[in-house]
Design a protein around this ligand. Structure first.
Ligand SMILES: Cc1cc2nc3c(=O)[nH]c(=O)nc-3n(C[C@H](O)[C@H](O)[C@H](O)COP(=O)(O)OP(=O)(O)OC[C@H]3O[C@@H](n4cnc5c(N)ncnc54)[C@H](O)[C@@H]3O)c2cc1C
Length: 326
């Protein structure tokens, strides 16, 4: 059962005397084991080799838990949450987020003087891969129900992907199998044709219907961002990407309470187990993460972003020279 955000159990956090233990979903062992340095480096290298060899994992009969179609604001945010919840997540992105046309992003929380939108989009991509998402550059051209013995399976999907031309395996096609699909691909929903998903056409735009929490009428298919007809703002797209991802995590059989990083003893100091999705870190770890984040932001903000300003496609050859040449 998906909790309605309106009566979120964590709201009881402040008084939190008696979180319902019967469900068993809030009381489990701590989410995070201490990584051992060398093994993780080898594991990363092995991971990289595995992904290069078979980016979708399909050939190895692999099935991803989550396929996110669209690596823009909503899609990458959704990927951060599903990957952090422990779901094996692949984000497939063609082209670039429409946000990269913005001239200066001034209304996204956390940037007092605003931020270069292309830098913001790069940082969001790094945050998604840094939290465990795999990223594949390519266009999803179709999504259909997985077939078992020639019959459409009750759950699971198979997506066809046309890999980006400039990727090593230029323009080739590949296939991804996934239990869940998140459509976060403004403004394209054509690959969903044939799945019977509810859509609304408004002029040249097509929106995908949802239940207010990101679920479409097709089991296992979710929608996030502008494609779900949410307001055309980056913070809204990010928020809806997160909401849709958490709905998906609740619908999956992954135990999940909230995605919180808390100080040591926050739960255990009150006789509680660390709930699923949460993590307790000690002061040494907290300082180490703060130093790492400061170093990362210094790096990101050390130079003006190199990418040139984009504009509307119909204005590219702007004789008024409003868009700087390469
Ligand atoms: C000029 C301009 C300025 C803006 N300025 C602001 C601003 O100042 N503040 C603000 O809050 N918002 C601003 N916005 C709006 C903001 O950019 C959007 O609301 C937000 O990016 C929507 O997020 P999204 O994830 O739904 O779509 P996007 O961020 O566009 O992401 C969708 C991604 O899916 C990819 N995709 C599409 N089809 C496929 C497919 N078949 N397979 C794989 N990938 C696919 C797209 O190429 C894209 O990368 C601006 C928009 C524009 C156009």
């Amino acid at each position: 059962m998906t909790p309605n955000p309106a009566d979120d159990p964590s709201d009881a956090e402040a008084g939190d005397a008696d979180i319902d233990a019967d469900s068993g979903r809030t009381e489990t062992e701590s989410a995070e084991a201490e990584p051992v340095e060398d093994e993780s480096v080898d594991a990363d290298r092995a991971d990289a080799e595995r992904i290069d060899a078979d980016p979708t994992g399909y050939d190895a009969g692999g099935r991803r838990d989550v396929l996110v179609v669209g690596g823009g604001v909503a899609g990458l945010t959704a990927g951060v949450f599903t990957a952090r919840a422990g779901l094996d997540t692949l984000v497939v992105n063609a082209g670039e987020s429409i946000l990269r046309r913005n001239a200066h992003l001034e209304n996204f929380p956390g940037f007092p003087a605003g931020v270069n939108a292309r830098l913001f989009a790069d940082m969001l991509e790094a945050q998604a891969t840094g939290n465990g998402c795999d990223l594949l550059r390519g266009e999803v051209t179709s999504v259909r129900r997985e077939e078992v013995k020639g019959e459409a399976a009750r759950d699971g999907f198979v997506a066809e992907v046309e890999l980006d031309g400039d990727a090593a395996d230029g323009g080739e096609r590949t296939t991804v199998a996934a239990r869940y699909v998140v459509a976060a691909s403004w403004s394209d929903a054509s690959y969903l044709d044939g799945l019977g998903v509810d859509v609304r056409d408004a002029g040249s735009k097509r929106y995908v219907g949802e239940d207010g929490l990101g679920r479409t009428n097709v089991e296992g298919l979710y929608v996030a961002g502008r494609l779900a007809e949410r307001y055309h703002q980056a913070v809204i797209a990010a928020g809806h990407g997160a909401q849709t991802a958490i709905t998906l995590v609740h619908d999956s059989d992954v135990p999940f309470y909230n995605d919180w990083v808390t100080p040591e003893g926050y739960f255990t100091g009150r006789g509680r187990e660390v709930p699923p999705g949460c993590e307790e870190i000690d002061d040494r770890e907290r300082r180490a993460r703060e130093r790492a984040s400061m170093a990362a932001m210094r790096e990101y903000f050390s130079e003006p972003h190199p990418d040139r300003q984009r504009t509307h496609p119909s204005l590219v050859d702007d004789e008024l020279g409003r868009v700087p040449e390469e």
